[in-house]
Design a protein around this ligand. Structure first.
Ligand SMILES: [Zn+2]
Length: 445
């Protein structure tokens, strides 16, 4: 049995994110007590291995959850700047994904997980590349991170490198093999289906995975309506708006997660709301690729489930939830005035809303007795966070990734006092640099 006691913090507690001065006790992955003055001395007598963390004058928050990431792309950071989406894919990202081998993919995944943990993200929904996804799963398993991971599926499309082009049966079987080997509905590491987007998948593939996913309670994670050229291709091929087409082939519902939804009309927003389909908002990526600003205010008003992700390092170029959370709020204020998307709502999108998209709202996303201990401790005792009349506002608008001091995932301390406990930061940087040069050489870009 492992126990962690967090003493004297200001803790963001419960579904309503109330800040309270309480202690937290974690036993075997689960939060078992939240109350003032938990007696450390008597607990230490019973359990010599008890870990005690002093959080005096610090903020204790649920770990952040990012619902759209590509760990395989972190090694491409800075290699695909200043391009529009379809050129970005065809000229840079696809050739680099095609050049991945298990060593470069492992380097990319561990670089990603280290950056995510150091900036307070404890869970993610990710889409990887077509091959070697087991390497990403192994890295996440080893590092203590929590993620639902999908192998990218691509059985159609122009300009796709031969190595990324699959036939329908092979694509399906490779995903099913990963699900069989890795997926568990109670595990920290899970699998999902990850068809890239409508224009790189056949209708038959989408219909088949929709049926299997519904029967087996599997998540489907894809991109939708990010870019005008993308939706024009879908309309010319199917005669339908993208979200209408996805609904037709079975990709609308509570187990469907659509990244972006920048260009969705009122009818499409209604479909997303009525079916409980999750929208994964990626504000930095949408701005940097010039895709547009997603109608988040309108979708939230209709009751659409919206959460946040950084997308990929080549279109962001960070995986920092603090930047995404703040930008999510600011962009809607630009559209609808300063009262749009307040700090507490932005915090919700980056925590509990993400848990809902993952189907894990009973397990993670808030600090409550009985939930898994995915917790971060943030030190706000610095110039840029002083003073702190409202701690949630400070966290959303003022705090930086580097203010995250300690990270606990599933009861395991994976970072303490900014030192990673399951990974060697220097070695990760050195390996990433070495693998990057070799990958670029293989990609020939
Ligand atoms: Zn993406």
């Amino acid at each position: 049995m492992s126990q962690v006691l967090i003493k004297n913090g200001k803790v963001i507690v419960g579904l309503n994110a109330q800040v309270e001065s309480v202690d937290l006790l974690v036993k075997d992955k689960i939060i078992v007590e939240i109350r003032p003055n938990i007696d450390a001395t008597s607990l230490k007598k019973q359990d010599k291995n008890l870990t005690i963390i002093d959080a005096s004058d610090k903020l204790v928050s649920p770990g952040f959850i990012q619902t759209h990431l590509h760990l395989c792309q972190t090694l491409f950071r800075g290699s695909a700047d200043d391009l529009e989406l379809l050129d970005w894919l065809r000229l840079r990202v696809w050739p680099m994904e095609a050049a991945h081998n298990p060593a470069s993919l492992a380097a990319s995944a561990q670089l990603s997980v280290a950056e995510l943990i150091k900036s307070g993200t404890t869970s993610a929904l990710t889409m990887e590349t077509v091959h070697h996804t087991e390497t990403v799963l192994e890295t996440v398993e080893r590092t203590g991170f929590r993620a639902t991971i999908g192998k990218c599926m691509m059985d159609k499309g122009h300009g796709v490198p031969a190595r990324l082009s699959e036939n329908t049966t092979d694509s399906l079987n490779a995903s099913l093999d990963l699900l069989k080997s890795w997926h568990s509905n109670s595990g920290r590491v899970r699998c999902c289906f990850a068809p890239r987007f409508a224009i790189s998948c056949t209708q038959g593939l989408l219909e088949t995975i929709s049926k299997i996913a519904q029967e087996n309670n599997i998540l489907i994670h894809t991109h939708a309506s990010e870019n005008r050229r993308e939706i024009e291709v879908v309309e010319s091929e199917t005669g339908l708006r993208n979200v209408e087409y996805l609904q037709k082939v079975g990709l609308a519902g509570k187990n469907i997660a659509l990244a972006h939804c920048v260009h969705v009309n009122e009818r499409e927003q209604q479909i997303l709301a009525e079916t409980g389909t999750h929208v994964l908002h990626c504000p930095s990526s949408n701005l940097k690729l010039g895709s547009g600003i997603a109608p988040i205010t309108e979708m939230l008003e209709r009751g659409v489930s919206v959460s946040i992700g950084a997308d990929g390092a080549p279109c962001n170029n960070n995986l920092d939830i603090f930047k995404e959370m703040r930008l999510s709020a600011l962009l809607q204020k630009m559209r609808y005035g300063s009262t749009a998307l307040p700090a507490k709502k932005a915090f919700y999108l980056a925590t509990l809303a993400g848990a809902k998209a993952l189907g894990l709202e009973k397990e993670i996303g808030s600090i409550e007795v009985g939930k898994h201990a995915d917790i971060i401790i943030v030190n706000l005792n610095n110039l840029h966070c002083t003073p702190t009349p409202d701690l949630l506002s400070t966290l959303v608008y003022s705090a930086n990734a580097s203010d995250v001091e300690t990270v606990i995932i599933d009861g395991q301390v994976v970072m303490h006092n900014r030192e990673l406990k399951t990974m060697d930061e220097k070695e990760i940087i050195a390996t990433a640099r070495k693998e990057y040069y070799q990958l670029v050489s293989r990609a020939g870009i």
